[in-house]
Design a protein around this ligand. Structure first.
Ligand SMILES: Nc1ncnc2c1ncn2[C@@H]1O[C@H](COP(=O)(O)OP(=O)(O)OP(=O)(O)O)[C@@H](O)[C@H]1O
Ligand SMILES: [Mg+2]
Length: 275
């Protein structure tokens, strides 16, 4: 099966000479949930901007559903891959919340009935429908982030790229976004998020990519995040649950749990052995 996204030996240097990506390769199967982790300045945002053609490869290639991203395919790629920027102020520019979310669907040439349906559903999904008449600049940062997410949902892209989707959201907002991502993924949307939140990556992702200094340091299942040495070499920490079990090797729970559910079943197994 053709991967939805394929990145091949991608390199990118900013005009001031900063080498932000240095030979990055990975592929994303259809319906994947990928977490991109790495310290500040690792190249996460630079990489994500390549996935929908906002940055074009200087070296190497990016393919979306087998088609190479370039000047000729840019428009097609932008319709198929939606991106939520790290900073919502880079994304939101209309004079009301409603118009901002409607911008994408209108540009796609949808009927006004469809535009209304999509905008309404997307704003409802992120809990921002009541704010539809507000000018976005009057919103809090977390509210702007939700509107930016709604703008991408309304386009119904095949792949959704989110740069730090949870930053500045309150706990309820984080849960809401996680539920939205789960729902989209169940319907077949492939999702890639850049995050510093190892606990989120551990419970949500089926694939983890650790980036450092513009290179892929490691790629694999979320179990990678229990490798203390690897994780610390990327200036991250292991997920909280894993840390407890790594501190207690005498418990010998293998594999090391990453989530509350895994920890509970690991402990239950131990209790059964004891009694
Ligand atoms: N517009 C730019 N011009 C020059 N250098 C840039 C520009 N944007 C980013 N960089 C540099 O490129 C490198 C990668 O930055 P990038 O923003 O992709 O990292 P990141 O992994 O997203 O970091 P963070 O976790 O802080 O969001 C950094 O060294 C950064 O200073
Ligand atoms: Mg970034």
């Amino acid at each position: 099966m053709v991967p939805v996204i394929e990145v091949i030996n991608l390199a990118f240097r900013y005009p001031d000479g900063t080498r932000a990506l240095n030979g990055v390769s990975f592929s994303m199967p259809e319906g994947a949930r990928v977490a991109l982790l790495g310290p500040n300045g690792a190249g996460k945002s630079t990489l994500l901007l390549h996935l929908n053609g906002l940055n074009l490869p200087q070296q190497g290639a990016v393919k979306v559903q087998g088609r190479e991203v370039g000047k000729k395919t840019k428009k097609w790629v932008r319709a198929g891959v939606g991106i939520v920027f790290q900073d919502p102020d880079d994304q939101i520019f209309s004079s009301t919340v409603w118009d901002d979310v409607a911008f994408g669907p209108i540009n796609m040439g949808l009927s006004s009935y469809d535009v209304v349906q999509r905008v309404r559903n997307s704003l409802q999904a992120v809990g921002m429908l009541a704010y539809r008449e507000k000018p976005p600049y009057r919103l809090s940062y977390g509210q702007k982030k939700r509107v930016a997410i709604a703008g991408v949902l309304a386009m119904e892209p095949k792949v959704i790229v989110l740069d730090e989707p949870m930053a500045f959201l309150d706990p309820a907002g984080k849960e809401q976004v996680e539920r939205i991502l789960d729902g989209l993924n169940r319907n077949g949307t492939a999702i890639i998020i850049a995050t510093h939140d190892v606990d989120l990556a551990a419970r949500w992702a089926d694939r983890v990519i650790i980036l450092k200094d513009g290179r892929v340091l490691a790629e694999g299942g979320p179990g990678l995040l229990t490798d203390k040495q690897l994780v610390e070499s990327a200036d991250l920490t292991c997920p909280l649950i894993a840390r407890v079990f790594l501190e207690l090797p005498e418990l010998d729970v293998d594999p090391v749990p990453l989530t509350v559910a895994q920890a509970v079943s690991g402990i239950r197994r131990l209790l059964k052995i004891k009694h």
